[in-house]
Design a protein around this ligand. Structure first.
Ligand code: ADP
Length: 486
């Protein structure tokens, strides 16, 4: 049994949807249609039988009523038996039946069928019932003709006296032929119903399977590299919704891969220039045997600077890819933004002073902690403040503020620097984007700082906004959801 079930499961799992549909529909319609046919068939044949029996009984009573006075006359010798027999024969031909007159002692007087000899005893149920003035039909093989017949009998009563029994019979074959005819019609209708069911289920199955097959083909196409492949959406049902979702997924995938391709191209480009300058200097150091010591020292210092820049670039690239792979901070702990800002300011103050920039800190006392990692939040603030100092000329002011607003910690870094042109504002959070490439590179920028800040604020379900007017300054506003300590 267990074996059978598992075999069936395996069989079922290996079938296509269309076949499963067909099997289910076919079984269901076969069972229901057969049950219905069987029920209505048996009821119909029962009803037909009863109709025949009833008709024959009525006939028997009519014949009995019509003949009673003639039989009475015959018994009293006023009429010849042959006259009564010919009357009976007329009835028999009209109703295509056989009529027998049986005396009250159950013996045949005469019959319209000469095969039944007079004097034969007829102790059959229909005769006995008629003698009791009730009625009962019977179906049996007739001993005189050898065929199966339906028998009914009615009492012959004249002036309250029972003077005999009139029995009528018809061949059962006549009823059977009609019943078989009805059964055939019923079974044919059932078969037609099943065929219609199969057609409808086939149509239904294929209307579901066809778009699914298209989906499969499209998915395989995309898997083999054709990322621009889309599926035509022709309906609003579940399959149509699936196609829609599929197209959306393909679109996103294409965008993502395009972004990554661009990222890799940009990253290689970024790596190439410091490597080229490294190579030029090492070549010179190796090949120029007559190089002065001062020149050598200068080259080595420059080499050191380039290697530093490369290391920084590599670190930032790693930071960014790490954020893309694992955007959520692990083991979040409550981090005080006030402390983070203090640390960053401490680290950057000497540079600001060197550049003649006025660094102003304005942090309110009660700021709820942000749940996450201290390094992440340090990274956010240090990048914004570093940029503000980088892009503000000497004599300018850089301001860091933090406060709580509607359950969010708001960090604002503003400067009185050169600002960002309107058309660049949409791009500054893209990796490697720089307003002035050459300048940014000269002052040690990689174009990744703001991309990292953006990725981090996204990971913390926060937002970052920028406002800038060229020549007047820039303001970055970061909002992070705050949660009070438990
Ligand atoms: P970078 O390493 O070049 O600073 P970022 O991703 O930090 O890269 O910034 C992207 C670009 O946005 C910068 O190259 C610069 O042009 C512009 N930018 C960022 N911050 C400021 C600012 N405070 N003032 C003016 N421009 C800025």
């Amino acid at each position: 049994m267990q074996n059978l079930i598992s075999k069936w499961r395996q069989f079922w799992a290996n079938r296509g949807l269309a076949v499963r549909f067909l099997i289910v529909y076919l079984t269901l319609s076969l069972v229901t249609v057969s049950l219905l046919t069987w029920r209505s068939g048996t009821q119909l044949s029962r009803a037909l039988e009863e109709e025949y029996e009833h008709e024959l009984e009525t006939e028997a009573f009519i014949v009995a009523a019509a003949l009673s006075s003639d039989v009475e006359d015959m018994l009293e010798g006023e009429r010849k038996p042959i006259e009564v027999l010919s009357l009976m024969r007329r009835f028999a031909t009209d109703t295509e039946s056989r009529i027998t007159f049986i005396s009250s002692d159950t013996r045949v007087v005469f019959s319209t069928d000469p095969a039944i000899p007079p004097g034969e005893p007829q102790p059959f149920p229909e005769v006995m019932a008629a003698l009791q003035r009730s009625e009962q039909h019977a179906i049996r093989t007739d001993p005189y003709t050898g065929d199966v017949r339906l028998f009914v009998a009615a009492p012959l009563i004249e002036e309250e006296h029972l003077i005999g029994v009139v029995r009528i019979s018809v061949p059962w074959e006549r009823v059977r032929v009609r019943i078989v005819g009805e059964w055939t019609r019923l079974i044919l209708t059932g078969l037609l119903l099943i065929a219609a069911n199969v057609l409808v289920s086939l149509w239904l199955a294929f209307s579901i399977v066809r778009p699914l097959r298209e989906l499969t083909a499209a998915a395989q196409d995309i898997a083999s590299g054709n990322l621009s492949r889309r599926i035509p959406v022709s309906s609003k049902d579940e399959v149509g919704q699936l196609a829609c979702a599929f197209n959306e997924m393909a679109e996103r995938l294409q965008e993502m891969i395009e972004r990554q391709r661009l990222f890799i191209a940009n990253a290689s480009h970024e790596l190439r220039s410091p490597l080229t300058s490294l190579k030029l200097r090492t070549e010179a150091l190796v090949e120029d045997k007559n190089m002065t010591l001062e020149r050598k020292e200068r080259f080595i210092r420059e080499l050191d600077r380039e290697v530093d820049r490369l290391r920084r670039l590599a670190e930032r690239l790693l930071d960014l890819t790490r954020l893309q792979v694992k955007p959520k901070p692990q083991d979040p702990t409550p981090v005080s933004i006030t402390e983070v800002i203090q640390d960053v300011v401490e680290a950057l103050k000497p540079r600001a002073e060197r550049q003649g920039i006025n660094l102003v800190v304005n942090v309110t006392d009660k700021i709820p902690p942000v749940y996450g990692s201290r390094e992440d939040l340090f990274e956010v603030v240090v990048n914004l403040l570093d940029n503000a100092i980088k892009y503000t000329p000497s004599g300018g002011t850089v301001r860091v503020e933090a406060h709580e607003e509607d359950g969010q910690v708001v960090i604002r870094v503003s400067d009185t620097g050169e600002g960002i042109p309107e058309e660049s504002l949409h791009h500054i959070f893209e990796p490697f984007y720089r307003v002035d490439k050459a300048r940014s590179r000269r002052i040690g920028g990689s174009g990744l700082g703001l991309a990292i800040v953006k990725a981090l604020t996204d990971a913390y379900h926060g937002t970052i906004d920028v406002q800038s007017s060229p020549g007047m300054g820039t303001t970055f506003t970061v909002k992070l959801p705050a949660r009070s300590e438990r």
